[in-house]
Every structure is written in structure tokens, then in C-alpha cells.
Design a protein around this ligand. Sequence first.
Ligand code: ZN
Length: 448
Amino acid sequence: MQVDTNARTAAKALTDFIKASPTAFQATAAMQTRLTAAGYTRLNEGELWQLQRGKNYVVTRNGSALIAFRLPAGELQGFRIAASHGDNPNFKLKENPEMTGNGGMTRLNVESYGGANLSTWFDRPLSVAGRVIVREQHTLVTRCVDVGRDLVMIPSLAIHMNPKVNHGMACNVQKDMLPVFGLDATLKMADVVAETLKIDAGEIMGQDLYVYNRQAPSIWGASQEFLSSPRLDDLQCAFSSLNGLFAAAPSEHQAAVHCCFDNEEVGSGTKQGAGGTFLKDTLIRIVLGLGGTMEDYYRIVANSLMVSADNAHAAHPNYLEKADPVHRPRLNGGVVIKHSANQKYTTDGVSSALVRMLCEQAGVPYQVFVNRSDMPGGSTLGNISTSQVSLNTADVGIAQLAMHSACETCGVLDTERLTAFLRCHFESGMTAETDGRFRIAEESHDKD
Ligand code: ZN
């Protein structure tokens, strides 16, 4: 297999984004920087929105979720939405995290955030990032922080003292996963954060700080066909969605909407998660802001399509028996369309047909994922989001191995393919005519 320069350039850009995004706060900031540099106007949820047709906007919530949208020059008839998430399983620092006195070493008290594969976090350089709330005279200001150097480590127990470790190991977060911070019992995590931000530690009034994997992403394999990195799930989809938005040609009647939510890994049930009202509030404000009514909102949502983009399981060569006997997604096999009879994935016959049509238009291969019938599988944000904004939705993703490991693996070609598919989705003029009937002609034909 030949991996061309384009794919390698795209993979490099993805890894730059991931390195700059240790938590959802940095991912949101990085996306917002790119969007505003590209001319997107920043909106604040607490202010009046004065929207104009043909213009582009970006809004954030909690500093950890972002929605960017391009308004059509003509009458708004539908939303083309892509949703992903910017958080990933890791460890959150508890308040006053320093634990001193064990063998003279200070450790940090943490709790798990989401469903990490805990054993993969041992024996690798880790750091701390997130946000702190700082008192500056009469204001409280949120500051993103990334310590950005090898800071902590979770050493494993030597095999000599745990001879059965290779038969499987139970990891208890409170016992086994506490990162070692230093030998100086007087040093506080707040001092390190304060030094990073060049502030006084006493000014820090609140914090949301997480331990993250510092390992650099790597392209590898006999033909350099693989990419391994922390946080592929779901920054790879977020990155593809954003690039798809930038690449999409303006639509005459459809608004392209890129959303990246927080807290997918803990069930999405927060104000900044897919279970909150961020998307619904934003879509309503778009319709009303363009002079429409709530009746228009319901009509436009009914004519819309959402793609929930979250990475998918590739069939693992050492554990093929864990995959469905027929549908076994491959790395570099193209966009994965996820199905689930119990609707953990939102894809159904209608949205699947729409996605396959778009893949064909984009010229990208697609493949199917379903769980083995005796395995429950994971969950994602599509079905949670539809409880707030109910519309035709499909779950897609990029095939990857080792999901929720500290380091995950995908194919180098698939970022570009998901980007091409989402570009087509954003610029498509496909519209619903009645329930279950869609016009798939290009928008240019709409004027006839
Ligand atoms: Zn995910």
C-alpha cells in the first residue's frame, strides 16, 4: 500500500491538533482560533445575536464545547450538522490533590474520567492540563492551562512482586492509579499551574485539571500506513469535521453546522454535552435571528440531517472473534457507518441511505460496523443529541484499534476520507420532501 504525501500531510496536521488539545478546553480553543482566523465571527451566548445571511459564526459553551455555523445566502431551508466530542477518558485531579507521606513521595489524588483502559496508563510520562478560574481584582477569569512538560508518572508494580500480572490485573483507581508528583512534600500542584500561567497560586479560585498522556503521535508500519496517538477518539472526527466545514462550498439554502461537545465520555448529560440544550438553543437562535418563527424552526429541523461522528472499532487481528462475523471494519477502509438494532447508534435505513449517497458523491469508500449480537458495545452522542433535537441522524466514525487506551491506532488514510465525506454533507443540497422521501439533486438544480 502506498501512502501518498497528501495523506501524510493530513495525518501530520491531525497530530499537531491532537498535541495542542490535551483536554476539551484546549481543543475548543484551538478550533476557535482557526475559525476566527478564517473570518468566523465570535458570538457570546449571553449577548444579543445579530446574524446575517451568508456569514459565518462560532459560539462556545463552558469553554469546552463549540458550535460553528455557516449561514446560507438564500432562505434557510435545512441544517447540515456534524457532531463530535472533544473530551477523552483520563484522570481528573481532586481538590487539594497532594498526598504526602508514602515512601517520601507525593502523589496526586485522582478519580477516573470516563472509561479508560487503566493499565495502558502505567509507566509513561504524563502531564496536567485543563482550566483554572483566577481572581483578577474584581473579576473571575477562566484561564486554559497546559503544564506541557513531563510532570507525573504512574509506575506499575514490578512483576517480581506481582507474578500473576500477565494473567490479568485488576486496577483500582484509588489504589493503583495515583500519579507520582515529586519528592518535595511542600510543593503543590497549584504552584506548578501558577508558574505555568505566571500568576500567584493564591489567585486560583477553582479548577478542572486532568492528567493526560504526553506521548507524541507516531506514523508507523511497513508502508507507514498506521497512525498511533493519544485521543484519536474523538479528536480525529472533530478535526475532520472542522476541515470539512472549511472545505465545503457555500450552500444556497442549507446552514452547515459543526459541533464539538464535551462530556461524551461520562454520558453527555451536562450543559456543554450533547444531552444539554447547546445545539437546540443555537439552532433556534439561528432561525429566530434570521427573522423566522418557531414554526419555521420545526419545519427546518424536519428537513435537516445530522451526522454523529465518533470513532468506531476496527476488527482486531488478534481478537477477530470479538467482531461481528460479517461486518469487520478495517483500518484505511473508509468511513464506518454504525448500526445498532437497539438504536445506541442512530443510523437507520433512511439515514444510512443518505450517508451512502454522500460517500458515493465524495468518492470515499465506506464500511459497516455492528456489534456482535451477544455484546452490548459502547455508546456515543448521536442518540443522546436527538433527544434534544430530533431529526434524521446517522452514526459514523473512523475505524480504530485500542479505543480508550492511552494510545490508540488508526489508518493514515481515513482522516482525509471522513473530511471529504463531511465536506459533501455540509455542502449537500439534499432536502426532505415528505417523511422518508428526499430530493438528492444538487442545489444548482433547485433554482429550476
Ligand atoms: Zn468517542
